[in-house]
Design a protein around this ligand. Structure first.
Ligand SMILES: [Zn+2]
Length: 132
């Protein structure tokens, strides 16, 4: 019982932290690119390219990879937001494990209360003989 109570405290803490972090989360894979411009005689045409420019790529709804450049002034905030996304992933995994433990615990306590007979495979729409 005490582990379930500990679990629910952990769960509340995780949910609070998730809610805080979710407000700052940004999504995408960061990379830095160097570019050349069109200005005649610019140093970038001798190999000193402009950059680094922060680029964010991600898989769009259609499944193709897309992305955008981040304005210089927002680069640091962008990096922070993506780091928050990573942290959220780790916390969600933790939460999922706590959820699983709760689910397991509820199953144990239910079977301790009353011994329910095993359900038949009635949920399957096909009859057993059709598998032969
Ligand atoms: Zn240039």
């Amino acid at each position: 019982m005490s582990s379930v109570m500990k679990n629910s405290a952990t769960r509340d803490a995780l949910l609070r932290r998730l809610s805080q972090l979710a407000r700052r989360a940004l999504f995408g894979t960061l990379s830095e690119t160097y570019r050349t411009c069109g200005r005649p005689g610019c140093r970038c045409q001798q190999g000193q390219k402009h950059g680094p420019h922060l680029y964010v790529s991600f898989r769009g709804p259609s499944g193709t990879t897309t992305g955008y450049y981040v304005p210089q002034a927002l680069a640091e905030a962008m990096r922070g937001g993506v780091a928050v996304w990573q942290e959220l992933q780790a916390l969600l995994r933790e939460l999922a494990e706590v959820n699983r433990e709760r689910l397991w615990a509820s199953r144990v306590s239910r079977s301790q209360r009353q011994k329910t007979p095993r359900r038949k495979h009635g949920s399957s729409p096909t009859r057993p003989e059709e598998h032969l």
